[in-house]
Design a protein around this ligand. Structure first.
Ligand code: UD1
Ligand code: CA
Length: 468
């Protein structure tokens, strides 16, 4: 940052977010680094990175160690600072290494974990606000089963005195139900002193970041605590089972948020958003649907069971029937799509279009009130208004080397089982007889057909089965 360019508004409290991700994750039983496993279609680490971005952090640091090469290449296009921790001598050691990359004028350091993907923005904002660049703010939680977690030690006035790791705790400390989530905000200016004072004098022989809390308390620093709004926010991923559990927490929260906005979701347990779903009023979504990327469903849209909708917009009052796949399409109003339709990249439908079962479209526009109701392939095509595409119609758009365009003008009727060999134009008002192979453009308003002459052989006999 250049000092000669003052920022237009008072600069927000400067914040560095340190993401700890050097651990091994062996319980995933996978070649893939734990933090690259996906939740809602996005790597765990990216959930955390995106949150840090939403916090307007000036700096995001990722501490990596195990499988550093894979993580480094995963992060190569992100504006993050990478800190290599090899070997891993504990969470305190990880932050000590990160601190060397945090500018002196940074006020607060927020420590989060790469395998804790569900922390809500307001929870992290609260921690940063409590820290104010001078206090310690800890995210703690009251749990029924504190097994394995660090325990929050408080004095008789309820002031936080320190954190005791499970493996170092006495019997009475083990009974404490307030646990350390590991997420905390710390004042940059005090960290160096505290971290330097850490020792490995504990049950695991590690530098515990949690020991910073007692040091902070002893040096007169105020220790604030707060709890997450939802009890699943601070859950981490250590196994495939936990990953699946967190996925359901995430999806239930997305479903609940949409339900509060008025979306009718027939079963929130069978509902998955892997990206962002925007819904208008009176949208209905049946079971088993998956929404990927950016999907918009306008007012009155109904989506039948087991549809996959990716990067698409569906306009008002359109019905998508069961088992339909849409990817990269813009669907008009009052359409009826599916069941079993596949609308691929570059499909655009205008109003009142019907696309039925086993119809595939790609880079194709269909005008108002056009219909392709059964078993068709429309690729690289422009279809006008009020066109009827018969069952089994295929645009032969690919000659093995290049793709070619098919133009079907308004009010055309294409008989069943027609092949349209592109490039070809079917002019306005034409009718194509069933079973035709159309290789040259047709005149408007006429019937065009190509069909071999029908013959019947009267003395023909069916073959008999061989005797042997
Ligand atoms: C830590 C806390 C504990 C807390 C618990 C919450 C310490 C000493 N203990 O324990 O109080 O209740 O989290 O889940 O901090 N990591 C590194 N480098 C290291 C060690 C760990 O980057 O050298 C990363 C891990 O990848 C992980 C995170 O830090 O993302 C936490 O490490 P983990 O070993 O899971 O800590 P716990 O022992 O569970
Ligand atoms: Ca852990």
């Amino acid at each position: 940052m250049s000092p000669v360019q003052p920022s237009p508004s008072p600069s927000p409290q400067s914040l560095s977010v340190v993401i700890l991700a050097a651990g091994l994750g062996s319980r995933m039983r996978s070649q893939l680094p734990k933090v690259l496993h996906r939740l809602a279609g996005k790597p765990l680490l990216n959930h955390v990175l995106d949150r840090a971005e939403e916090l307007n952090a000036q700096q995001r640091l990722v501490v990596i160690g195990h499988q550093a090469d894979l993580l480094q290449s995963h992060l190569k296009n992100d504006s993050v600072d990478i800190v290599l921790q090899q070997p891993q001598l504990g969470t305190g050691h990880a932050l000590t290494l990160a601190l060397q990359h945090i500018p002196q004028d940074c006020q607060s350091v927020l420590v989060v974990y790469g395998d804790v993907p569900l922390l809500q923005l307001n929870t992290l904002q609260t921690l940063v606000t409590l820290c104010e660049g001078k206090h310690v703010a800890l995210l703690t939680q009251l749990v029924d089963d504190p097994q394995g977690y660090g325990r929050i030690l408080r004095d008789e006035n309820n002031r936080v005195m320190g954190i005791r790791e499970h493996k170092d705790a006495s019997a009475s400390e083990l009974a404490i139900k307030e646990i350390n989530t590991g997420i905390m905000a710390l004042p940059r200016s005090r960290l160096q002193g505290w971290l330097t004072a850490l020792t490995t004098n504990n049950a695991q022989g590690e530098y515990y970041l949690t020991d910073v809390i007692a040091l902070a308390q002893q040096s007169g620093c105020t220790i604030h605590t707060c709890h997450p709004q939802y009890d699943w926010e601070a859950l981490g991923v250590n196994s495939q089972q936990q990953l699946a559990e967190l996925e359901r927490h995430y999806q239930a929260h997305v479903a609940l948020t949409l339900q509060k906005e008025g979306v009718a979701i027939s079963d929130p347990h069978r509902f998955d958003v892997r990206g962002k779903l925007h819904c208008g009023q009176d949208v209905y979504i049946d079971v088993g649907c998956i929404f990927e990327g950016q999907v918009t469903l306008e007012d009155g849209v109904r989506v039948g069971p087991y549809c996959v909708l990716k990067d698409c917009t569906v306009s008002q009052n359109t019905e998508i029937h069961a088992f339909t796949h849409i990817d990269g399409a813009v669907i008009g109003a009052h359409n009826r799509i599916g069941p079993y339709a596949r609308l691929r990249l570059g499909t655009i439908t205008h109003e009142a279009v019907h696309i039925g079962n086993f119809v595939e479209t790609k880079k194709t526009t269909l005008g108002n009130s056009s219909k392709a109701n059964h078993l068709a392939y429309l690729g690289d095509s422009t279809v006008g208004a009020r066109v009827n595409i018969g069952a089994g119609t295929i645009t032969c758009n690919y000659d093995g080397v290049n793709k070619h365009q098919t133009v079907i003008e308004d009010d055309v009727f294409i008989g069943s089982d027609t092949q349209l060999v592109a490039p070809v134009t079917v002019a306005k008002g034409s009718t194509i007889g069933a079973g035709s192979t159309i290789v040259t453009s047709t005149p408007p308003g006429e019937l065009t057909l190509s069909r071999s002459k029908q013959v019947s052989i009267s003395r023909w006999r069916r073959p008999l089965p061989k005797k042997d």
